[in-house]
Design a protein around this ligand. Structure first.
Ligand SMILES: Cc1ncc(COP(=O)(O)O)c(C=O)c1O
Length: 395
């Protein structure tokens, strides 16, 4: 969360004054319908036909996307070994099995390892635009097409980012976004699924709103309604996000301006090397990412005075080797609902080890992120860049 203020307060108070916090509107009253308006504006921003706003966060967006694609028990889904655990959890929560693939120096899914990991039961891949850094969507979608598997983009850390001028979430068959407090746009919690595919949208709508079965518009669906979960958003969430969406271009422009300045003023300076990027312009600018020859050098740079950097290897549940419930097959509330025990998943690749993606661990140990903020003053930017220059020279 970067910017939040009077605009959000005003819109939320309108919703409260109207006494309409439930998003399912009554066409006769013509009330605000903030959630629906957000969905339309968000779909337009991403450049897709459909967007769903969900209370269950990016996790619900990923689950709804997988269900929309028809993925479940008997299927494998490839996920990068560096991502928040929720990417892999979502696969398990729909009954499928996550298969881990290495990242490359860009910090996103390595297309070559992705292709190597495709097996006879692989039905989808989830490239993750981690820390606002776009994955190589051109190569990933080409490989997926060749092997006839679906692409669900995890854009949870990249609200509004793009790759080669096309918004993230519109490259694959669907994309999932998060609006929790650590994201560029925030409503405290919340998430979204975006897609151009009407079937994915219909199935995801049923899955994410079991109440849909009782509504008049259920008659418009092209297939019988199945029972799902309850991930409906509130009108308050919709009202806040409509204002966050208005702030998005400004937040991205400021983050990107600061990141570009780091690159311009530090490139080629002694001891400094930036991580390669798949698309500098589309990167959200959430972090400046540096890479070093060794973990010792990375740690020395990160903790040098005024740098305030951090190593992604230290980011807990973002590193696969810390996904204990998954590595140890502790999934779900009942043994029969644990995908690792489901008969349909027998014969799939079920076992993991903490060292199975050594390249990912090596890259995460040699990388330093500096988290950027769009409201940094010129003095703050100058001081941070100067600290980096000095730290690089002293390595
Ligand atoms: C890469 C990634 N995927 C998925 C999620 C899940 O999003 P949420 O916490 O909104 O459910 C997150 C959120 O932290 C994330 O960073």
């Amino acid at each position: 969360m970067y910017r939040l203020g009077q605009k959000e307060i005003d819109e939320v108070s309108k919703v409260i004054k109207a006494q309409k916090m439930f998003r399912v509107g009554d066409p006769k009253t013509g009330h605000l319908q903030e959630a629906t308006r957000f969905e339309k504006e968000w779909a337009r921003t991403i450049g897709v036909k459909h967007a769903l706003l969900l209370s269950g966060g990016g996790t619900a967006g990923l689950m709804a996307g997988l269900v929309g694609m028809g993925i479940g028990p008997g299927d494998e889904v490839i996920v990068p070994a560096y991502t928040f655990m929720a990417t892999a959890s979502a696969v398990l929560l729909v009954g499928a099995i996550p298969i881990l693939a290495e990242i490359n120096e860009t910090l996103s899914l390595d297309p070559r390892d992705f292709e190597k990991k495709i097996g006879p039961h692989t039905k989808a891949v989830i490239p993750v635009h981690i820390c606002g850094i776009p994955a190589d969507m051109k190569t990933i979608t080409a490989i997926a097409r060749k092997h006839k598997i679906k692409v669900l983009e995890d854009c949870c850390q990249a609200d509004g980012g793009s790759f080669k001028g096309k918004r993230l979430g519109s490259w694959g068959q669907a994309g999932a976004y998060s609006f929790n407090d650590y994201k560029i746009m925030s409503a405290g919690e919340g998430g979204s699924l975006v897609t151009n595919d009407a079937t994915i949208c219909e199935r995801a709508s049923m899955y994410a709103d079991s109440g849909v079965a009782f509504r008049s518009y259920a008659r418009d669906f092209s297939m019988p309604v199945f029972l799902g979960f309850q991930f409906r958003s509130t009108e308050i969430m919709g009202a806040i996000l409509r204002m966050q969406l208005q702030r998005l271009p400004g937040m991205l422009a400021d983050l990107r301006r600061i990141r570009s300045r780091f690159i311009k003023e530090l490139s080629g300076k002694p001891g400094i090397r930036f991580a390669p990027s798949n698309d500098t312009k589309g990167d959200c600018g959430v972090v400046a990412s540096f890479q070093f020859e060794s973990e010792a050098l990375a740690r020395a740079f990160a903790k040098a005075k005024g740098v305030d950097g951090w190593l992604p290897i230290d980011s807990g549940k973002h590193v696969y080797s810390n996904w204990d419930p998954i590595l140890e097959h502790r999934i779900g509330h009942h043994p029969s609902m644990n995908p690792y025990r489901m008969p349909q998943n027998k014969g799939l690749r079920l076992n993991y080890t903490k060292d199975m993606c050594p390249r990912t661990l090596n890259i995460l140990k040699r990388t330093v992120f500096i988290s950027l903020h769009p409201d940094w003053t010129q003095t703050q930017i100058r001081a941070r860049i100067a600290a980096c220059r000095k730290a690089g020279a002293n390595l």
